[in-house]
Design a protein around this ligand. Structure first.
Ligand code: LCS
Length: 404
């Protein structure tokens, strides 16, 4: 039994979560003031967890520390491949060749590079919206155009608009599809039938695909993740990205896996990608994949319970909020359109009025106005306080002012 109820002080650890919110959410500097002290906020924004990394991972780092030399390092040992491919085999019944695996200091840097390697300057990047904003930033960074295909949203459920998607995929200038699988922020786990339909369209239009599967390990207990690579076993233009960062709360260690099938693309990557790996990060990731399974299963049960609690609390205290338990991720996606005007600055409202840091729909490219995203990967007591503050702020919205 692991203790997910422990409240861990993250102050003075250079955490983005505690110290980076002014810049990331509000594009402001340290002079931005709130009616709350920084330590009084309930933080439900950036996608990392308030839980300690499992002991098996910390032990793995410790063993590596004891080797005492931290010179230039890359993943050479077969044991890393065995640990990670074993994880994929056990959980997803899917695997890949060793020579397809390369490492990156994060999936974001890999996306930034891949857009450049794959798309010519006049070619476009396609993704589904709402979207994790870094898909758009990867296009912007490389001065490539991007094209959005809005998901349908009916009765609280998101689905792919296949007609719209195919229309956009058919544009011969659209060469790369970045696929969020499972989907952030909606939490959808794409099902086999949906993946088959997508695969048909991808093949018909010869698209390159980056399947960003960073959230695939943290799905509700009744869900099943099917890697796109399993649905498209022979498709060469597929790149799969997975990482221990979300699963084991290791984002700061900056290690992620990129699986490149196409030999030419892999050569370009190896020729241009400047990357050594952090020896402590390799040790952590390998220990996680070898020994972290039991912890992940308990974490999933804890997250399921946090979602159940959230659903019940919102139904009682904000009955007009649209909410469905996310199939994947620890992120709740809540429709507050019944309570707010579409142009209201929701993160600002909740920071001022509730003392809760959260992300608003405006941070997810488009097709997301009036939504908030809540990170539920926190001890139940913290979640309860966050939800209480959020609901009270909405229910007393017209009694007072915030600097919106
Ligand atoms: N891809 C997706 C779909 C993500 O949600 C995130 C992190 C990343 C990539 C980042 O990968 P990294 O570079 O760390 O390997 N998502 C975050 C989010 O939604 N808020 O904060 C981080």
């Amino acid at each position: 039994m692991y203790n997910f109820d422990e409240i861990i002080d993250r102050q003075h650890t250079n955490a983005m979560n505690t110290d980076g919110f002014r810049d990331y959410i509000f594009h402001a500097d340290e002079n931005m003031e709130f009616p709350y002290k920084d330590e009084e906020f309930i933080r439900m924004w950036v996608a990392d967890m308030e839980f300690a990394t499992p002991d098996v991972v910390i032990d793995g780092i410790r063993e590596r520390l004891e080797k005492r030399i931290f010179g230039y390092t890359r993943v050479f040992e077969n044991s890393y491949y065995e640990a990670f491919s074993g994880w994929c085999k056990n959980r997803y019944g899917w695997s890949f060749q060793k020579d397809e695996l390369v490492m990156s200091n994060g999936i974001i840097p890999a996306l930034y590079e891949m857009v450049e390697y794959i798309c010519k300057p006049d070619e476009k990047v396609l993704f589904l919206t709402p979207s994790y904003a870094y898909f758009k930033y990867a296009a912007d960074f490389n001065k490539r155009e991007y094209v959005c295909s809005d998901l349908n949203y009916e009765e609280g459920q998101y689905t792919i608009d296949f007609e719209d998607f195919e229309r956009k995929a058919a544009d011969e200038k659209t060469t790369l599809f970045i696929f969020c699988h499972p989907h952030n922020p909606s939490g959808r786990v794409w099902k086999e039938e949906e993946l088959q339909k997508l695969a048909e369209i991808i093949k018909r239009h010869h698209l390159w695909v980056i399947s960003d599967e960073i959230h695939c390990d943290l799905i509700r207990l009744d869900q099943k993740h099917i890697p796109l690579g399993k649905v498209m076993p022979n498709y060469q233009r597929l790149i799969t990205a997975m990482a221990p960062s979300k699963t084991f709360n290791l984002a700061g260690l900056m290690i992620s896996n990129v699986i490149i099938r196409d030999k030419k693309l892999k050569e370009i990557w190896l020729g241009r990608h400047y990357n050594f790996d952090n020896p402590l990060s390799i040790a952590a990731a390998q220990a996680a994949y070898e020994k972290g399974n039991a912890w992940v299963e308990e974490l999933r049960a804890y997250l399921d319970e946090n979602f159940r609690y959230t659903k019940e609390y919102l139904a009682e205290h904000l009955p007009r909020a649209g909410f469905r338990i996310s199939e994947a991720t620890y992120l709740a996606w809540v429709d507050l359109n019944a309570y707010f005007e579409p142009d209201e600055q929701l993160p600002l409202f909740f920071a001022y009025k509730a003392g809760v840091l959260l992300e608003g729909g405006n941070m997810f490219v488009q097709n997301s106005d009036g939504f908030i995203r809540l990170n539920l990967a926190c001890p139940k007591a913290v979640l309860a306080e966050g939800l209480k503050r959020i609901c009270e702020a909405v229910n007393t919205k017209h009694d007072g002012k915030y600097l919106g």
